[in-house]
Design a protein around this ligand. Structure first.
Ligand code: A2P
Length: 275
């Protein structure tokens, strides 16, 4: 199990979690049970994923089977497509809390939606929710360094986490450096490039040299960059495989070879492209 990452709010974040994006609601309870059984302690959910009720049921079932809830980190995110008003943020938060039936540990702004120019105000509401004790840690997702700079300058409160697309084709080195400077944890979504990067010949060569799978090699790369990540799988054996990354380390030559794979290619949406 990789070590937790310290956050600027004094809490610790499990470096490796598993994500529920695109996990069908009817499969969610099964996937969550498999993930917790494999030993994950962070589950990345969101209102937009449409499976929070099922995630909550799985968490309750796990608790009955002896998994301590306070050992787990559960994430949710504000989607905000219909409204970005403070009341809408509060209602979305309460709705996710009701669906989960358990407190939210980490709440994030899912997208900056820069064309609406309201993410600073949305952030102020997240800060209030945290100050009211309703959520432990607040963060953002899909923010560029410009969006982050505005949040920090205009509110004085730095997000603990920025969850962004990152994988060997999109390593986000500059954004990671900005995060490091401000104490923000980089948490990668699509850390395997939606599985496409697994087929990269350099990744395959490095994985074979270490006697591990391409997914394990990429996960190790993320961890050695000092970041957190949430690889998604609906298969229990892959969930286990993705957590089994402590028995090898990539050398400087491996890290350099992976750094050379950067193309900037995204497998998901650009932060500015969702209004
Ligand atoms: P599946 O859910 O069928 O297991 P990302 O997290 O980058 O978005 O990648 C998720 C994709 O990678 C999913 O299609 C998932 O497929 C696949 N995947 C996850 N872990 C592994 C693994 N260890 N080996 C192969 N494919 C994997």
């Amino acid at each position: 199990m990789p070590a937790d990452l310290p956050m600027l709010d004094g809490r610790a974040l499990p470096a490796l979690g598993f994500g529920l994006y695109k996990v069908p609601a009817e499969q969610t309870a099964e996937v969550v049970a498999a993930g917790l059984d494999a030993g994950y302690r962070l589950v990345d959910g969101a209102e937009f994923y449409g499976n929070e009720r099922e995630l909550g049921e799985a968490l309750r079932r796990a608790e009955q089977q002896g998994v301590a809830r306070d050992a787990l980190t559960v994430t949710s995110k504000f989607w905000g497509e219909s409204s970005q008003e403070p009341a809408a943020v509060r209602e979305a938060f309460a709705q996710s809390e009701r669906a989960l039936g358990t407190p939210i540990d980490v709440y994030m702004i899912h997208w900056p939606r820069p064309a609406r120019d309201s993410y600073v105000d949305v952030w102020r509401t997240l800060v209030e929710l945290r100050d009211e004790g309703r959520v432990r840690t607040i963060g953002v997702s899909n923010f560029t360094h410009e969006h982050l700079r505005r949040l920090i300058e205009e509110t004085g409160v730095t997000p603990a986490i920025n969850q962004v697309e990152s994988h060997p084709w999109l390593p986000q080195h500059e954004l990671r450096a900005f995060h490091r400077h401000h104490g923000i944890v980089t948490q990668a979504w699509s850390p395997l490039g939606r599985s496409r990067v697994l087929h990269d010949p350099t990744i395959q060569r490095i994985a074979a040299a270490h006697g591990v799978s391409p997914a394990q090699a990429i996960i190790r790369w993320h961890l050695q960059l000092g970041g957190a990540l949430i690889p998604k799988s609906t298969h229990p054996h892959r969930l286990r495989e993705n957590l089994d990354v402590d028995r090898f380390r990539l050398g400087d030559d491996d890290m350099a070879a992976i750094a050379a794979l950067e193309t900037g290619e995204r497998t998901g949406t650009h932060p500015d492209d969702r209004n």
